[in-house]
Write a protein that binds this ligand. Sequence first.
Ligand code: NAG
Ligand code: NAG
Ligand code: NAG
Ligand code: NAG
Ligand code: NAG
Ligand code: NAG
Length: 757
Amino acid sequence: YAAGEGALVPQQRQVLIFFVLLGLSQGGPESVRYSVAEEGEIGSFVASLVRDLGLEVEQLSSRGARVACDDNEKHLRLDLLTGDLLLNEKLDREELCGSVEPCVLHFQIVLENPLQFFRAELHIKDINDHSPTFLDKEILIKISESTTVGTAFLLESAQDLDVGSNSLQNYTVSPNSHFYVKNRDTDDGKIYPELVLHTPLDHEEEPEIRLTLLALDGGSPPRSGTTQVLIKVLDINDNAPEFPQRLYEVQVLEDTPIGSWIITVSAKDLDAGNYGKISYTFFHASEDIRKTFEINSISGEVHLRLHLDFEVTQSYTIIIQATDGGGLSKECSLLVKVIDINDNPPEVTMSSITKIIPENASETLVALFSVRDQDSGENGRIVCSIQDDIPFFLKPTFKNFFTIVSEKALDRESRAEYNITITATDMGTPRLQTQHNITVLVADVNDNAPAFTQASYTLRVRENNSPALHIGSVSATDLDAGIYGELSYSFSHVSRDIRKTFEIHPVSGEVRLKALVDFELIKSYTINIQATDGGGLSGKSTILVSVVDVNDNPPEIVITSLSSPVQENSSPNIVVAVFSLRDQDSGDNGRMACSVQDDLPFLLKPTFKNFYTLVTERPLDRESRAEYNITITATDMGTPRLQTQHNITVLVADVNDNAPAFTQASYTLRVRENNSPALAGAASAGGCSVPEGHLPGHLVDVGGTGTLSHSYQYEVCLAGGTGTSEFKFLKPIIPSFPPPGTEREESHTFLNGFEFN
Ligand SMILES: *[C@@H]1O[C@H](CO)[C@@H](O)[C@H](O)[C@H]1NC(C)=O
Ligand SMILES: *[C@@H]1O[C@H](CO)[C@@H](O)[C@H](O)[C@H]1NC(C)=O
Ligand SMILES: *[C@@H]1O[C@H](CO)[C@@H](O)[C@H](O)[C@H]1NC(C)=O
Ligand SMILES: *[C@@H]1O[C@H](CO)[C@@H](O)[C@H](O)[C@H]1NC(C)=O
Ligand SMILES: *[C@@H]1O[C@H](CO)[C@@H](O)[C@H](O)[C@H]1NC(C)=O
Ligand SMILES: *[C@@H]1O[C@H](CO)[C@@H](O)[C@H](O)[C@H]1NC(C)=O
């Protein structure tokens, strides 16, 4: 052992202070230094005081030497016999000083007689009596697999109560491929183990690693302690999901039903567990995309949510993001191409329609329309047409606009209405067609004058018909419509005479007689007529009225002279009567034939024109026949045949100058049947009663009483034979003939008036 060696400056200072204090009492010597290893046996030798203090062994007992430790513990004892300082007990450095180093035990050697102090210190030297120990049998550390090489992980240090070189010096770790241990010195002189990664970890390969950490102290031989280190290699999301292709492309028919599967995208993630769980979402998808498609977040199946409409959207570019449990993500693009199907028929939009076009306008714009088809390609290509049998044509204008134009001026009168069917057909499959009908009315223009159905009318009347007789009607037509054409008929530039004779109904066109027509006066009329329409246009025609002669006039016989009586025995060819015939009718109606009975000795001789003479054929014989009733019969050739008879009586006469006279104008005599034919009544004159058929008769005078101003003589005879026994006046005897003219007529009338049965 080496006393007093290695004194340190602070200790010297301590000692110095101590000596100052001692000096005050006795001025003591310097402090003596001893050292001893810990854990020495009791009674072990520490130092020889007698030698060190320079005393004799006997002095120790005589001067009452003793050892006093500063802590009052009896760590040491003084062997008074030998003068050696011995250990009174086992010194445990760790107990005495803990980690304080050096471990110094201060004590004094006190000599009481005379009092003398010696200060000494005992350095207790550490022996390696402790092994490093770890508090825990196992240390768990979690290290992410992503940890970079070189990263150090501080481990829990081991404890070693020994100090100095006996204390913990070195940590090592059981051999492995990933870690080594680095000893880290701290400011307080401790050593900590640091586990340093020197090759990368891979959770997928080695999820945990077990190591043994060995702590070594510096003793010789060194002591060690171990603990288990369990390293959990934490999985990190070191793999992002990966799509096998960056772009998916799919074509979908636009009529694909809702809910249909479209495509499945699938990404792979090499990470295990949660980090490998992929969920799919649309990435920054528009509202439209999110409404139209949906993706199953787990399976990656994309389904249709809404009807597609090519006409609205032709394609969708959808970014699909695959995200793993750790939040790593990768995107791919899905291009959904919508395939158009011909689901839209063409549309026809009328921009303007002229519903009524005037008939005389040519190339009139009738309609403007546009066509469109929301489909695309052939499905949207439109062919447009109208019927080809109508006078309209279709004219493309610009883009999809068309006009319908009338080809030429139309004629309302031939066709007033056209139904135009616009047919728009697309070229898709199947072809879709839209029709649109428009009706075009042709407006009337007063381009037609009324036209009579005939250029002229020939009407026949009979003459003598009653007025107001409907003799016929005319009619005109006007092809125009409305005021159609409203016609009114009238005479045009006609004489007053015609106006008096005819009338035309303005509406019906009936022509009527207003007055009698007489063929014998006017045989025909030419009447100009016109029909006027509401627009002032007029059409003309003529009516030729020919009066139809009616055999309305019988022949007339006018006796110009009559010679009676005719003397008997006169020579033939004595003119008995002269008469004329006439017939006011014309033609056959006026042609006449004239005759007398052919059993009479008279001949009828035409003279000139319509004059005839009746002459005797031969001499007459009064005794054989005294009287001839000659019936002149005049017949016309008309239909019906009209006949006029005129009776003349020719007497064959003697001379007779005494004529009896009646006192009365007439007598009515009654004769009983079976009476003698001699007398039937009383006549104031010398009456006669001549049986019927007896010739000659008796003459009577008709006196000038009453209203008659003249007296006449008549030959009378008894009429009625045995039945009624009436007188009949036969012939006036005197005077012969009144002057020609009216008197002759009167005479005739007179005669008739007095004829009675
Ligand atoms: C710790 O121990 C190891 C293995 O025994 C040795 O190789 C290394 O040099 C020692 N380190 C120190 C600082 O003593
Ligand atoms: C069509 O007829 C009307 C009425 O008669 C006339 O005013 C117009 O000028 C005519 N138009 C043509 C184009 O002939
Ligand atoms: C036009 O169509 C209408 C309605 O369908 C019909 O009443 C009319 O007779 C048609 N006209 C022609 C000229 O076809
Ligand atoms: C158009 O008119 C045609 C012919 O009259 C008819 O067959 C068709 O149904 C009509 N179309 C429409 C849409 O009225
Ligand atoms: C002639 O006519 C008259 C009168 O009608 C008649 O009395 C007379 O007997 C007629 N004479 C003959 C011969 O027929
Ligand atoms: C003329 O005499 C005939 C024959 O007697 C008789 O039938 C006829 O009626 C007479 N005509 C006239 C006009 O007296």
